[in-house]
Design a protein around this ligand. Structure first.
Ligand code: SF4
Length: 338
């Protein structure tokens, strides 16, 4: 399948110039900003991610600041975005850039792809948006637009189909490529959306081959998530609330959480409202207890936890319920010395 040059690209670019969202991080093509924003946007909607982005770059405005940042501060800045391995990779990447590239990101897709946490999409986005390199940046939006534009009926996760889409996108590249790549992404985000695409408003509808856009792209049937039953114990004492650093492997590795065994010598145990937390491949069906104990190691005041410790969202309902219960139970609240 061949792209007919100049067929839809011009219309797409004109539409983009008139309709693009004013995104703070794209205003001045700062590679550091583009990189941070692209990593943050991998699992989060752009609108939801903007406050995180602003906080992150005002706390860590340079590559050097990121490379030297304390682990707990970094995790706190990332709290709410999930997938903490991405923020670890950000710091690894910043350290490599400090050592090898004079504190800057390299200006081409090939070298960018050699850095921790930077895959072909992110490398293509940085290289094309910031450095005008004529390379593609293929994310989920681009896959959706191209699978519809060319009516691709094959499973887009198969390597043959991925290659086909990549070739089509590469053949379609149009100058200025920084604008063109963003225009396809924007079309996927604003018009060629997953459900109910707005074809009547689409600037490339005349060239679009699909008759049933809502059925594309084709993905394999989703596997059912594995269900794991979990019980967590929120320990509180006169010193505050206990946090436990999780092991270095498995889900939420290296992050703070609560104990999974109840101490035998507890003073009082109150059941918390159970809930389900959904990860990409696993569901945690969680029971929890607020447990009063005499004392122990690693207890922190509630304020300290709120300000300085990044509790993953999987634990926030038990944390919030415990804080509410403690504030209602004035006598017990005294017990945690807040
Ligand atoms: S016409 Fe519809 S399906 Fe085709 S690219 Fe535009 S929005 Fe997507």
């Amino acid at each position: 399948m061949k792209v007919v040059k100049n067929m839809y690209q011009k219309n797409l670019l004109e539409w983009y110039q008139e309709n693009k969202r004013e995104l703070e991080f794209r205003k001045n093509r700062n590679p550091y900003y583009i990189w941070i924003s692209e990593i943050m946007a991998q699992q989060t909607r752009i609108e939801a991610m903007i406050p995180y982005f602003k906080r992150f770059v005002s706390t860590l405005p340079t590559m050097k600041d990121l490379a030297e940042c304390e682990e707990d501060v970094l995790k706190k800045l990332w709290q709410g975005l999930g997938y903490y391995s991405r923020c670890k990779n950000l710091q690894r990447c910043a350290r490599v850039c400090m050592e090898k590239y004079d504190g800057k990101l390299p200006n081409n897709k090939r070298e960018l792809m050699g850095l921790p946490g930077i895959g072909p999409y992110t490398a293509g986005a940085i290289a094309s948006i910031c450095f005008d390199e004529k390379v593609s940046a293929i994310d989920g939006n681009v896959i959706r637009v191209f699978s519809r534009l060319y009516d691709i009926q094959e499973d887009v996760t198969k390597s043959k189909t991925k290659k086909q889409i990549e070739e089509l996108v590469n053949q379609s590249l149009y100058e200025p490529v920084s604008e063109y790549n963003q225009a396809i992404m924007e079309l996927g985000a604003m018009i060629c959306i997953p459900k109910n695409p707005r074809c009547a408003l689409c600037p490339i509808r005349k060239d679009c081959r699909t008759k049933e856009p809502a059925k594309l792209p084709v993905y394999p049937e989703k596997k059912k998530r594995k269900i794991e039953k979990k019980t967590f114990y929120v320990l509180v004492s006169k010193e505050g609330m206990h946090l436990k650093k999780r092991g270095e492997s498995g889900l939420l590795a290296g992050l703070y959480g609560f104990e999974e065994t109840c101490p035998k010598d507890y003073i009082e145990k109150i059941p918390l409202e159970p809930y389900v937390h959904i990860f990409s491949h696993v569901e945690w069906h969680m029971d929890g207890y607020l447990v009063f104990v005499k004392s122990g190691k690693d207890f922190y005041s509630i304020e300290d936890i709120k300000e300085n410790y990044a509790l993953p969202s999987a634990f926030m309902p038990f944390f919030n319920q415990s804080v509410n219960l403690l504030s209602k139970k004035a006598k017990s609240y005294d017990k945690i010395g807040n």
